[in-house]
Write a new protein. Structure first.
Length: 753
């Protein structure tokens, strides 16, 4: 009996109410317990990426999150233009409530801390002023911690907020007891500030500075963490905002009307004036211009486009007037797909982060147990209730592993965002692990190392023949032919001599070339055999040039007029100007470059020699379907293989490789199969991509190291009574800010190209 596999759907939920990494771990755990559900919750992006079968509905997923004590909703799409009716409205300040609580905490906590630290400021009733100032801090300013701790307690859970709430509340309540029932409220009471914990009976000790100071420090850490998270995600928003807001659409009668870009449909023709952004992906149907794609690809040189050429939305028309027919709109455009790739990458988790998440999930209960054990140990050793209590509070506060939860997401957000700005799209965090291991890089020749189109490379003329005459006459005749080699000759001739003359007569000679009359001359352009049919032979110097060109794998074309052989033209798929430099950079990264092509060995070795690939690392005459076998064979030899390609025939090999780098100028199939997409067609971007990915991975690892090291080092100090709770709070807040700040350094990554 056949079994049917239920269809799997995906949804991305915006999660509200998370305050730390263990919150994310709890939500993820609850969602994954549902049948048919696989979820990943990212604390930094505040999103859950959920795959679920048809038996589960989105409302059920949202209900599960809400039952865990948090909010969930399907996020609205990020818009490049404001929503209707919101023009001119001030953007909502999401940080305002947190900032107000922080300002309150700092203004009131500073004098409390000052009086506790400086005995000279401890006037007769200073302790009562401290209570008056600290009370709003511990109640109003710290309310988000208490609320989260209460919500979690209702669901039988404990998070970092539990540690903060219990710690600050305990310090405040102890101080109230000491003031009203102990000796701390006595007029003229003083006590010195100490970095470590004093061992006394506690009746005369207050810890208002710890309660207020810890709250202020942790709020400051949360505020700067939130600001940094917004900065880290700004690259994605900036990417989406690159697009044009409005577009001038042409009607069938040539009339013009301006509409929002979001209303464009495939097949619409729209006008792009000089200096305007191209509204969406399309094909030029009228006009010529230079298009500046630097904001999208990082390539500084404008690209010349004409009728029939594709153009990309969000690029800038730097030259003439263009009429473009839309071929992709909305989510199908290259800009939207870039943004989706970046967002998907930011929502993933590297292997190292999955370990950190598991640790965060069990860390809080362990810390609470450790705090209770610390309390019991100190009391049992006769150190006094105050010292025991204060050590336990310090353990609770110092332990908050927020830095663990931020270590990977912030680095990944900044790294992928910076990559998008440079035209490098990283599909996911697991890709970063691959870049560290690769030692061999396989380069598809056509379209990757070379331009992928035939180009006129050289002109050899007979003695007494002017090169300009050769190009004008041959170019004019070839311009009338549709053959790719003929078009390469015509384009090269036009570039070097300007406008070409129009042939007075033209005929195509199948399999041999073309012939015709140009400016009164009887011209032949084609194979040497075409000249032989007219009883013409190549002179010795031209015959030698032809032989050398063919030995290098190039196509040699003979040119003759008025009964005499005049020149030999060399045409080939030209090597990109930057390929040799790019291969040098890849080698400097410790990679062995291998050239892979379906062309004959002579062509392949000629290209390899030009770009600096050793002959023994050339694999030629490979059928498209065999490329994946080449990658497998290299892997079986123990190599970790990266593959760079751009065609449909490269897709399987890109998927097979340990790291697939797809040229963004290539086919959709190749881009979908690749792990990294290089938006610009410059091979140097491959070296930049690997450098950026390795640097991002290095940042993640350094973040995790310091986050782990901090907690491992600090907990014993706190348990041993060597940290005042206020100092512990400041150190805990600093660890989160340090991790985020370290990640933000990736914003300064510069492409070598």
């Amino acid at each position: 009996m056949a079994t049917t596999v239920p269809d799997t759907a995906e949804v991305e939920l915006a999660i509200g109410g998370m305050t730390c990494a263990s919150c994310a771990a709890r939500i993820e755990k609850k969602l994954n317990r549902m049948d048919g559900v696989t979820a990943t919750v990212n604390y930094a992006t505040e999103k859950a990426k959920v795959s679920y079968t048809g038996d589960v509905s989105v409302p059920e997923l949202i209900a599960t999150v809400e039952a865990t004590g948090y909010t969930a909703r399907e996020p609205e799409p990020v818009r490049a233009e404001p929503a209707p009716g919101t023009e001119g409205a001030e953007p909502a300040d999401e940080l305002r409530p947190l900032r107000e609580r922080l300002v309150t905490a700092v203004v009131l906590a500073v004098p409390v801390i000052a009086m506790a630290m400086v005995p000279a400021l401890q006037f007769e009733y200073w302790q009562w002023l401290s209570l008056t100032l600290a009370a709003p801090v511990v109640t109003y300013a710290a309310w988000p911690f208490h609320k989260a701790a209460f919500t979690n307690a209702r669901h039988g859970a404990a998070t970092m907020d539990t540690l903060i709430s219990v710690g600050t509340s305990a310090a405040f309540l102890w101080s109230l007891w000491a003031l009203f029932f102990g000796t701390a409220g006595t007029p003229g009471m003083t006590h010195p500030f100490e970095l470590t914990i004093a061992r006394t009976d506690g009746a005369g000790n207050i810890y208002l500075e710890a309660a207020a100071g810890v709250t202020a420090f942790i709020l400051a850490g949360r505020y700067f963490e939130a600001r940094s998270k917004r900065k880290a995600g700004a690259a994605l928003k900036a990417l989406l905002e690159l697009g044009a807001k409005d577009v001038t659409v042409l009607g069938p009668d040539g009339s013009e009307r301006t509409i929002p870009t979001g209303e464009l449909a495939v097949g619409d023709r729209f006008l792009v004036r000089p200096g305007e952004k191209i509204a969406t992906d399309g094909t030029v149907v009228e006009g010529t211009s230079a298009v500046d794609a630097s904001m999208l690809t990082g390539e500084s040189v404008p690209v010349e486009v004409g009728v029939g050429d594709p153009v990309t939305g969000a690029t800038l028309n730097a030259g003439g007037r263009l009429v473009v027919e839309a071929t992709r709109v909305g989510a199908d455009t290259q800009l939207a797909r870039m943004a989706k790739l970046v967002e998907d990458a930011q929502n993933g988790k590297a292997a190292a982060q999955r370990l950190a998440d598991r640790i965060s999930g069990v860390f809080v209960p362990v810390v609470i147990a450790l705090a209770l054990a610390t309390l019991g140990f100190w009391i049992g050793n006769g150190a006094g209730l105050t010292a025991a209590f204060t050590a336990a509070v310090a353990v609770l506060i110092i332990a908050c592993p927020c830095a663990l939860g931020l270590a990977t997401p912030t680095a990944l957000m900044v790294g992928t965002g910076r990559g998008a700005q440079l035209g490098i799209l990283i599909k996911g965090p697991e890709v970063l692990e691959s870049t560290r291991k690769v030692d061999t890089i396989v380069l598809d020749k056509t379209g990757t190392v070379t331009t992928g189109r035939m180009t006129l490379l050289a002109v050899h003329t007979a003695e007494g023949t002017d090169e300009t005459d050769v190009l004008r006459l041959a170019g004019a005749l070839e311009h009338a032919s549709e053959h790719p080699i003929a078009q390469a000759v015509a384009a090269g001739a036009a570039d070097r001599t300007g406008t070409l003359p129009v042939p007075e007569d033209f005929a195509n000679v199948p399999g041999l070339g073309v012939q015709g009359i140009v400016e009164g001359h009887a011209v032949l352009v084609g194979r040497e055999k075409l000249l032989a049919e007219w009883a013409m032979d190549l002179p010795v110097d031209l015959a030698r040039a032809k032989a050398e060109a063919e030995a290098a794998g190039r196509t040699a074309i003979a040119v003759a007029w008025d009964g005499e052989a005049r020149a030999v033209l060399e045409v080939a798929d030209a090597v990109k100007e930057t390929s040799a430099e790019a291969i040098g950079r890849l080698r400097a990264l410790g990679l062995t470059p291998i050239l892979l092509t379906g062309d004959n060995r002579a062509v392949a070795e000629a290209v390899a020699a030009e770009v600096g690939v050793a002959p023994e690392h050339v694999i030629a005459e490979v059928m498209p379907e065999d490329k994946v076998d080449v990658v497998k064979r290299l892997q079986n030899e123990g190599r970790s293989v990266a593959m760079v390609g751009d065609g449909v025939n490269d897709a399987a090999a890109l998927a097979q490789a340990d790291l697939g780098l797809a040229m963004g100028t290539g086919t959709d199939a190749a881009i979908e199969a690749g792990d990294l997409t290089l938006v610009r067609g410059d091979l140097r971007a491959a070296a930049d991509a690997i450098r950026l990915a390795r640097k991002t991975l290095g940042t993640i690892k350094s973040n995790l190291f310091w986050a782990f090291a901090y907690n491992i080092a600090a907990l014993p100090l706190a348990a041993a009574g060597l940290l005042n709770p206020m100092i512990a709070g400041a150190a805990m807040a600093f660890s989160s800010v340090f991790v985020v700040g370290n990640s933000l350094r990736l914003r300064g990554f510069k492409a070598a190209s």
